[in-house]
Design a protein. Structure first.
Length: 219
């Protein structure tokens, strides 16, 4: 298998055909809307995405922009019936890595995906936190039990501050200023510690009574 592939295609005939053809080399999930596709990416891990440009609700371009805004960096191939140069440019400018115009041959689609994933540069090695591995570049952390867990931008920024100096205890005031926008409530720090612990492990962040927080060493 080549890995996990997400297909976002609302055509009731083309989508299932693509899924069935590519299932010989990929573990495929098919979604019929960009909103459903975004939720799938944020709750699961994929090695590549194929998305139609024109979708009901959020467009394929907007889906790609949102994934890139969240710094999710897997290769993305965009499909469209629009073959004009400016249409291709708009899709690539949104953050897609490649563009394929409908109708297409499945052999070409498979070849494009092979090329994209072969040439794709994986994110830099992560930061070890006990038995966990934090990937600040793509806002994720690898669990020794449950695989990759996606973090929000703020959660990742919070953890990155702690990971930069793992032996240091950071005060709530420092973390509030370093991570969050001016005017946030002081309780925001406690809220995000709770969010990160809930997604990962309670020992990932240690509470130092009367002083603040520091990076933990979860198993």
């Amino acid at each position: 298998m080549s890995g996990r592939l997400l297909i976002v295609e609302d055509d009731p005939r083309l989508g299932p055909i693509m899924r069935d053809v590519l299932a010989s080399t990929w573990t495929v999930q098919l979604c019929s809307s960009a909103e459903e596709g975004l939720d799938a990416v944020l709750t699961r891990g994929f090695d590549a995405v194929v998305t139609d440009r024109r979708l009901p609700g959020m467009s394929g371009e907007d889906l790609v922009r949102e994934l890139r805004r969240r710094r999710i960096g897997m290769p993305i191939l965009m499909l469209t019936a629009l073959g004009e140069l400016h249409d291709r440019v708009e899709g690539l400018d949104a953050g897609a890595n490649d563009y394929l115009v409908k109708p297409f041959e499945f052999e070409e689609l498979s070849a494009r995906l092979r090329a994209l994933t072969r040439d794709y540069t994986a994110p830099a090695a992560g930061i070890a936190i006990g038995g966990w591995t934090f990937h600040p570049d793509d806002h994720s952390i690898d669990s020794p039990y449950a695989g990759r867990i996606l973090l929000t931008e703020a959660e990742s920024a919070f953890l990155a501050v702690l990971a930069a100096q793992p032996e240091r205890t950071f005060s709530r005031e420092y973390l509030l200023e370093a991570v969050f926008a001016r005017g946030e409530s002081p309780t925001t720090v406690e809220t995000y510690v709770h969010y990160i612990r809930r997604k990962t492990d309670r020992d990932l962040i240690q509470t130092v009574r009367g002083a603040g927080y520091r990076l933990g060493t979860p198993a």
